[in-house]
Design a protein around this ligand. Structure first.
Ligand code: NAD
Length: 475
């Protein structure tokens, strides 16, 4: 069985602790890899290597940093089949889905590579006699912690932005899905694209993550994961006033207005909560439908879900055993609360081996139940009627989350009112999940702080220094 070690200062390192934990193939529930549990010394060594490499990388001509980013993108494309097969094995994603995620990972390096030599700072006019400007500088060492739902993709999302902005990085991937990150960074060093220490990987559980976040030489943290862990990461950062980007969970509304194209809205709402078996932070798991079209929508939704269930290719497993159990527990709790079932996949169509869960939609009339209020992170949604735009806005905002929202309809006035009054960091109108590496993502409320993706993420990985030079009036 393949063992994955640490990557520190450009080299594969065995941890002195010699302790490993298993990673699984969720389509079978079988162990496939062994992942190193880092010790605190490993984290110290990785941060020290990143710190040694920081000055040279941060001062490199930005055009050359961009060139390295493009070389990494090319490397991902050249090794797509290999990286994609590792990701598939460890997450159960189909080849098509894993291939797409490799393409997106490459696009992150291309996009941020293109920005390196274009965003140097700004000139500020404060009047005659002064030269005033802002210069953008890297932080130094950035600690990056990623979750298990889109492993290599989320590594690329944060690391490409941090590196392009001139930082060196120490990455801690999820303990459940570390293999693809270790593999890509190994390839980067074999291809000699960046100097040793520019990218380091420490594998391990939350203790490793916490040691990284709390390390005094880590100047900025990027955390993607659950609200609960995000709060403890944020609290640890607050202790040393360390800047932190928190990309956390969601319970996003998908709103279908009376004049929506029903077939399109049904397909979009299904995609919103079923993609990747619902293991998507911006999943649209609360579907609100105008009362005038509710019955027609419900009929089309159940028809389309039963057609989808027939396709073996459409099923993705839940990636971890704990999460699988959690989703099943939520479904059981919803049934115990006697929430009316709009849809539940026929048991005979749910793949029996591995960690697959049925697609479930409950009808609700209030938010006072376990399904409406919690992020389930599985293919479970609630369906609810609304009468007026005001009611719909109130429903959409009646949550501590604020990551994303979807709106389906044609009336421009209603769409604009929803767009401006829904408290969420990203809104999709008539195309859920639209966009790519270019458009920024980041939550309102408990869904997070700061942005990943887009130019905003690049700027998030730099600090800005204002300089005022008084010009000599005698000259
Ligand atoms: P998680 O919070 O359990 O773990 C995330 C990462 O944090 C893992 O690498 C884990 O080892 C590490 N960790 C755990 N305890 C830690 C601690 N005390 N200090 C530092 N690191 C620690 O989340 P998960 O279950 O891996 O991922 C699912 C969650 O991630 C969902 O809530 C989902 O919505 C969220 N997510 C958000 C986004 C986004 O962009 N907003 C994207 C993907 C996933």
């Amino acid at each position: 069985m393949q063992k994955y070690h640490l990557l520190i200062n450009g080299q594969q390192k065995r941890s002195a602790g010699e302790s490993f934990f298993p990673a699984f193939d969720p389509t079978k529930g079988e162990q496939v890899h062994l992942i190193t549990q880092s010790t605190p010394d490993d984290v110290n060594n990785a941060v020290a290597a990143a710190k040694r490499a920081a000055a040279a990388w941060g001062q490199l001509r930005p055009l050359f940093r961009g060139r390295a980013m493009h070389a990494i993108a090319q490397l991902i494309r050249t090794n797509k089949a290999h990286l994609s097969s590792i990701e598939s094995l460890n997450t159960g994603k189909t080849k098509g889905a894993a291939d797409r995620e490799m393409d997106i990972a490459a696009e992150y390096f291309e996009f941020f590579g293109n920005l390196t030599s274009q965003r140097g700072g700004e000139l500020i006019d404060i009047g005659d006699g002064y030269h005033c400007f802002n210069q953008h500088e890297p932080y130094g060492v950035v600690g990056i912690i990623t979750p298990w739902n889109l492993p290599l993709n989320q590594f690329a999302r944060s690391a490409a932005a941090a590196l392009a902005a001139g930082n060196t990085v120490v990455v801690k991937p999820s303990e459940h899905t570390s293999a693809s990150t270790v593999e890509l960074v190994t390839l980067i060093f074999q291809a000699d694209i960046v100097a040793p220490g520019v990218i380091n990987v420490v594998t391990g559980d939350g203790k490793t993550g916490s040691a990284l976040v709390g390390h005094p030489d880590v100047a900025k943290v990027s955390f993607t994961g659950s609200v609960q862990t995000g709060k403890s990461v944020g609290a640890l950062c607050a202790g040393s006033v360390k800047p932190v980007t928190l990309e956390l969970g969601g319970k996003s509304p998908n709103i279908v207005l009376a004049d929506a194209d029903l077939d399109r809205a049904v397909q979009g709402c299904i995609k919103g909560f079923v993609s990747n078996a619902g293991q998507v932070c911006i999943a649209g798991s609360r579907i609100f439908v105008h009362t005038s079209i509710y019955d027609a929508f419900q009929e089309k939704l159940t028809e389309a879900l039963s057609r989808l269930d027939q396709s073996r290719e459409s099923w993705a497993p839940i990636i971890t055993r704990q999460q699988y159990q959690k989703v099943l527990n939520f479904i059981a709790a919803g049934e115990k609360e006697n929430l009316p079932l709009v849809y539940r996949s026929d048991a005979s169509l749910v793949p029996q081996q591995g960690w697959f869960v049925p697609r479930v939609v409950f009808a609700v009339t209030d938010e006072d139940n376990c399904i409406s209020s919690n992020e389930i992170f599985g293919s479970v949604a609630v369906l609810r009627k609304f009468e007026s735009l005001q009611e719909c806005i109130a429903l959409a905002n009646n949550t501590n989350f604020g990551l994303a929202a979807g709106v389906w309809g044609r009336d421009i006035s209603s769409i604009h009112q929803l767009v401006s009054r829904i408290e969420a960091g990203q809104i999709f109108v008539n195309d859920y999940f639209a966009g790519g590496v270019e458009n920024p993502l980041g939550g309102y409320k408990e869904s997070g702080i700061g942005k990943e993706k887009g130019i905003q993420a690049y700027l998030n990985y730099q600090r800005s220094k204002n300089v005022v030079i008084a010009l000599d009036p005698a000259q």
